[in-house]
Each structure stands twice: as structure tokens, then as C-alpha cells.
Design a protein around this ligand. Sequence first.
Ligand SMILES: Nc1nc2c(ncn2[C@@H]2O[C@H](COP(=O)(O)OP(=O)(O)OP(=O)(O)O)[C@@H](O)[C@H]2O)c(=O)[nH]1
Ligand SMILES: [Mg+2]
Length: 444
Amino acid sequence: MNDTIVAISTPVGRGAISIIRMSGQNCLNIAQNFFSSTKLDYKKIIPNMLYLGNFKFDDSRERCFMVFFKSPLSYTGEDIVEFQVHGGILLSQKILETLISSGARLASPGEFSERAFENGKISLDEAEAIIGEINAESESELKANLNLAQGKLKEKVEILQGNLALQLAQIEATLDYPEEDFEKTVKDEIFLSIKEIKKEIELFVKQSDSLKYINNGVNIAIVGLPNVGKSSLLNALIGQEKAIVTEIAGTTRDIVNESIFYNGIKFNFIDTAGIRESSDKVEKIGIEKSQKSIETADIVLCVFDGSKNLEEQDEKLLNKVKNYKHLIIVNKTDKKRILKPLKNEIEVSAVTEKGLEELKDSIYNMVIDKNINFGKIMVSNERQASALRESLKICNEISDNQNESMDVIAMLIKNLWNSLGKITGQCENESIIDLIFSKFCLGK
Ligand SMILES: Nc1nc2c(ncn2[C@@H]2O[C@H](COP(=O)(O)OP(=O)(O)OP(=O)(O)O)[C@@H](O)[C@H]2O)c(=O)[nH]1
Ligand SMILES: [Mg+2]
């Protein structure tokens, strides 16, 4: 039997309506714990009827609608409960958290449609058509905004491409008039222009990253040498004794993870084995996993023991994490400090819980751009986001190759033009089912 899944089905937005959708056998039981309406008797609930009522939190209640779709007459073919609440990420995330705390599981992107497909509610073709439908539902204000934003992204990208075409034409001209001075002037102009383009792309990437973290959560790896207090830190951060803590170096051997919500964002903490030279077969595998987690996590918490000096392994680790989004954490600050100050360090104590709020705040600020206006997000899917990241990489490549010949620079500019072109929507060869489903918005 499938478990009950839940997600925010509408795109993230301010001032509009959010729909939180829950699907699975248990959804009505879960809803019953929090939603009540004078007109509603759960034993006699009428499917497809919109009930106006209150969603109850620990200390407050929110006026919202609830609707029940009875299996098999629902989108997924299972029982579905949907809540329609005022927009804004905090409220909908809070409802989401509440439902998760009561036994629902956060759905992965496309999982609702995958269930619909499994239950014979939609064919694969239809699944694909839904993607189009998501963009075409014009009556919803939010969707309209999204479409508008999409149009704006296309417009913006076309302007950038136009600018690049101009640079290419300039390069062409230098080939006809190969005087040194002219070439230098053109080069200067090109690099100035690429700098501006890079700034714009960076902004888009930031926006889409924030959106990704809001939708999918943030994976945060806790790494460091044995005994620095990684597992203690995990336990303190999540508020439960999940990982084993002992004074023996090499206690944690496998990955331990647990999630919490912070300001509406899911933080998934991943505790790892302490990194050291080891001849123990099991520990070695654990350490390999730790190293891997540095590469795959969204953020790395690099933990040091404040009551000791740095060891050679610590230095190695510091060097490695430089290339990844990371925070430097000095733990055990309840003890006498021996460790010299590290750049941008955050002082914490897993025992007294000092600095933990600051740490969570720092993580939040790293993933959510505080200037972001969610109503104006233009990048809405991973395909666009990855094209933007690729474009950003090419911009950097161009800046790094300023001394190359005009031919090389022209080639890189063409690459950049092409990479931006992927955003405006050339179709790609994506036939695998997984890819189709992962193209859905979360909650569809
Ligand atoms: N005084 C003090 N002791 C701490 C703190 N954090 C952890 N410890 C102690 O340090 C020892 C190691 O803690 P763990 O959390 O197991 O360390 P770890 O980094 O997970 O170790 P491995 O799993 O072996 O890599 C335990 O005895 C903890 O009680 C702290 O903030 N202050
Ligand atoms: Mg441990």
C-alpha cells in the first residue's frame, strides 16, 4: 500500500492562493487532526465539495478551504485532500510541516502524476500533456503571473543573445581590419559586455536556486575529523538523539540523516564518518561516503574541535571544502579555546547549544536570497536552471581566456549563445519516463 504523500502544488508566490495536496489512504485521517468546519462531519464527508473552515496549528488557526476527492475519482486514483490557503511561503510551509509531522511524507517532484500513471489514471502521453496544461491554465492568477514571468525570461534571454550576436559581428569586423588597436578596443568592449551578461545570469541562477531549495529542501553534510562532535551537532540541531555519540574516535561509520524545517525551509542534515587514515574496511567505506557527501551536498558544515589545534587532516579538509558552498564551524566552545581563529568561523557548542540559531540562520541566508521577490521569479524549471548554470560557466571561461585569439573567443561566445538558446525552449531528446516525471512541478 502506498504511503500518504503531501506537497505544495502551486508555484511559490506571494499574495495568491496556495494549494497543499495530500494523496494516499491516510489523508483523511491526517486532515481530521487539524481541519474543522461547522458543515463538515468526517464520517459523512461529501467528495468534491469545498468546505470552508479552520486549520488548527499549535497556537493559532488559519481560515482556509478543504476539498476531498474520493478514490478512484481523483487525480492520482487515491484518496486526495487539498487545502486552499492564502499564498506566501511561510503559511503553506507551516501547513505542510504540520501534515508531515502527522504522518504524511513530502512528495518528490512528479510523484502525484507518477501515482496517477501507476493507477492507470493517465497515460504517459497524457502525463506529458499535463506539463503543457500547467502552463496553459489561464484562469489562475498565479499561473498567469508565472506565464508572464516566463515570457519575460524569454525576452531577457533574447536580449542577451542579441547582445552576443553583436559581439560576434564585431569580431568578424576585426578579421577584416586586423589592426592591433581596433582588436584591442573590440576585446575591451566584449569583456565589459560579458561581465554585464554574467551579472544578469548570476541573478537568474540565484533565483532558481532559492526556488529549488524552497521546493526540495537543502542537503547539509556535516563533516570533519573523528570526535570533533559532528554527531552531537546533528542531534542538537534536530533536537533528538538520533546519532550515536561516544568519546571513541570513529563512532559514526555510515551516513545518518534527519530533517527539520527552519523558517519554512527543509534542512536535511547528513552526519558522516570522521575523516582520517584508516585501515578498517568498514570505516574506510564510511570515510569514502563522507568525502562524497562534500561533493554532493548543497552545503557543507566543516566542523573543528575548538579545544585542540588543527591537525594535518583538518588543513586538508579546509582545502577541499574551499571549492564547495560551506560554513566553518568551531565546536566545543564550552571548553577552553586552543584553536586559532579561522576565517568566517561560527562558534558553537553541541553541549550547551550555543550558536545553533546563528548557524541555522547562516544556512538559511546562504540558500535564500533575501532580496528575492517570489512573485517575480522567472526561472521555473530545472531545464532552464541548468542551462543558466552552464551559461554562467561559459561566461567564466570567457573571462579566463581574455588573452586568447579572437577565434577562440568567438567560439566561446557562440557556445554561450547556444547555451542560452536552450532556455528559450528548443526541444530535447528526453524519452525516459523518469525524465518526464521529474519535469513536473513539485506537487503535480
Ligand atoms: N565539551 C563538549 N564536548 C562535546 C561537544 N560536542 C561533542 N562533544 C563530545 O565529543 C565526543 C565526540 O562526539 P561525537 O559527536 O561522537 O563526535 P563525532 O565527530 O561524531 O565523532 P565520529 O563519529 O567518531 O567521527 C563525545 O564525547 C561528545 O560528548 C561540545 O560541544 N562540547
Ligand atoms: Mg559521529
